[in-house]
Design a protein around this ligand. Structure first.
Ligand SMILES: [Zn+2]
Length: 205
């Protein structure tokens, strides 16, 4: 296991873009991304990597390869590769969770494991968005752009392919991300690409 210590202040003063799994994910274009590190959540990397961005890519797959249904006592033996995780490509930085995915893709480099409780003081079962916001703060970023978080921007709780389904908890994940970013003095805003129905507004809400 590798701690996130080497990432401390690695991107100081930069903007981190945190990419969620909402339907607008599928409409993102390369020009929607400002310079700075990009943190993709779960399967969002599949879309983001197809854009061939010049940005550093942090691929967070906190949830791991084994369904645990939020139960801390479910044993976490790694079963990678599985449909729950995307194999990483060369040049992508892997971000896993000590509680949920400590042994996933052990040979990939660079590879870092967040101790969500020890590093950030959040419950291990927290959703990916607030954990990513605190990772951005840890890396020294002074602003965050949230894209693909449709549950927050337009009450659309659907999850983009290939997972599908929906999760009303995603809205709460953005609320938590906002709370923790602002608590740490990091500016945070949401953006949907222009061909979604409300036309590419940048929202501060
Ligand atoms: Zn695994």
């Amino acid at each position: 296991m590798t701690t996130i210590a080497p990432l401390f202040r690695k991107h100081r003063g930069q903007t981190a873009t945190i990419v969620g799994m909402g339907p607008s994910l599928l409409r993102l274009r390369a020009r929607d991304f400002p310079p700075g590190p990009v943190i993709t959540l779960n399967h969002a990397i599949l879309t983001v990597r197809s854009l061939h961005l010049p940005n550093p890519l942090y691929v967070m797959q906190k949830d791991g390869c084994m369904p645990h249904n939020g139960q801390a006592d479910v044993p976490l033996s790694c079963a990678c590769p599985s449909d729950r995780l995307v194999p990483l490509l060369r040049g992508e930085t892997a971000i896993f969770s000590a509680a949920e995915s400590p042994d996933c893709y052990p040979n990939h480099r660079p590879r870092f494991v967040i101790d969500v409780e020890g590093d950030f003081g959040l419950p291990w079962s927290s959703m990916s968005a607030p954990v990513a916001a605190l990772l951005a703060d840890w890396m020294g970023c002074t602003s965050i752009l949230m894209v693909g978080h449709d549950a927050y921007t337009r009450n659309d709780y659907r999850r983009a392919a290939p997972n599908g389904g929906s999760n009303r908890g995603y809205r709460h994940a953005s609320v938590q991300a906002k709370y923790y970013a602002e608590k740490h003095g990091v500016a945070i805003r949401w953006y949907d690409p222009p061909h979604t129905w409300h036309g590419g507004r940048v929202m501060n809400r």
